[in-house]
Design a protein around this ligand. Structure first.
Ligand SMILES: Nc1nc2c(ncn2[C@@H]2O[C@H](COP(=O)(O)OP(=O)(O)O)[C@@H](O)[C@H]2O)c(=O)[nH]1
Ligand SMILES: [Mg+2]
Length: 300
């Protein structure tokens, strides 16, 4: 099956095979497109990976359950229950998630029919040492598309959380979503408390933190605003991926034309002509693979 992974592997092969066939400039341009694609793609291109972080009882596990609409993550009634990460993944995921999940330290995995293009990771509760939290977040950040910080009305202003923790991660603002959960308990005060949390986050150094309010406990479950915010992220990720794959397709067309020209120009030099022909064939494969990945993205 076509995937971004095999497309990038093929693109690497094209870069290797066009040495001496394409001009150094064209080859470097192609290599640069491949590098950009690898960087942006993170781990698994088409799937949005979202981690839920926050203190015990803030409602991480309930939010994960609320989003998928079924009870997949254990809910702690009295004491912390989550000291290992749990991942909720789509049924029959089109991409292999094993490596991602093992790198994320996920030991438990459940599948949900409600997910198509997202992986939700319920991280361990953030109540032990600041150092422990920091390590988890630093490990997770390069591997996920978004981290949802979950706050509850009691602890949202916790100084340790803000001063010794969140303020050190302001560079990752684009990756963060801030949620004020337990909105049902706040009634009319929900906007005031959301604004207060946004103000604290600005004090931490975030430029424009948007706070999304949610209720994750039955019978009033309302996680719709969070789901919309995540869908926007998924669309953005698809758009970025589509642009990168399109760039690769254009490079493949150009590379093929240059390799063909080189083949004709070197008709008298059989070894050069052969190298050009191999390079040309690799560009054909790359172009076909890119088109197939683009189709997949449009269907997804
Ligand atoms: N009233 C109310 N209770 C909630 C909400 N979200 C979670 N809870 C309750 O808070 C407790 C802790 O929730 P849990 O999801 O286990 O929190 P976690 O430790 O962050 O995973 C449970 O008793 C939940 O039923 C909410 O939005 N409103
Ligand atoms: Mg939990």
């Amino acid at each position: 099956m076509s995937s971004l992974g095999s497309l990038l592997d093929l693109a690497d092969l094209a870069v290797a095979r066009c040495e001496g066939v394409l001009s150094d400039e064209s080859r470097e341009e192609l290599a640069d497109t491949v590098r950009r694609a690898r960087r942006k793609r993170g781990f698994i291109g088409e799937t949005l990976v979202v981690a839920f972080a926050g203190g015990t009882g803030s409602g991480k596990s309930s939010l994960v359950n609320g989003i998928v609409g079924e009870s997949v993550a254990p809910i702690g009634v009295v004491r912390p229950t989550t000291d290992a990460a749990l991942a909720v993944t789509p049924m029959r995921s089109p991409v292999n998630l094993d490596r991602l999940l093992s790198d994320l330290g996920v030991t438990e995995r459940v599948e949900s029919g409600a997910l198509e293009s997202s992986v939700l990771v319920d991280l361990p509760d953030f109540d032990s040492t600041v150092e422990g939290h920091r390590r988890i977040v630093e490990d997770v950040l390069p591997r996920v598309d978004a981290v949802v910080w979950v706050f509850d009305p009691e602890k949202y202003s916790d100084r340790t959380m803000h001063d010794r923790f969140l303020s050190e991660f302001t560079a990752y603002e684009n990756q963060f979503l801030f949620v004020l959960n337990h909105a049902d308990r706040l009634g009319d005060l929900v906007d005031v408390v959301s604004e207060d949390l946004a103000r604290l986050l600005i004090d931490d150094g975030f430029a424009a933190p948007e706070v999304i309010s949610t209720t994750a406990r039955a019978p009033n479950v309302d996680v719709s605003r969070l789901v919309s915010a995540l869908s926007v992220r998924l669309d953005t990720k698809r758009t970025v991926t589509t642009r990168l794959v399109t760039d690769l397709r254009i490079s493949a067309n150009r590379g093929w034309a240059d390799a063909q020209a080189s083949m004709h120009a070197n008709a008298d030099d059989s070894s050069k002509a052969e190298r050009s022909a191999i390079s040309s064939a690799t560009f054909v494969s790359l172009g076909v693979e890119a088109i197939s990945v683009l189709h997949g993205l449009m269907e997804g």
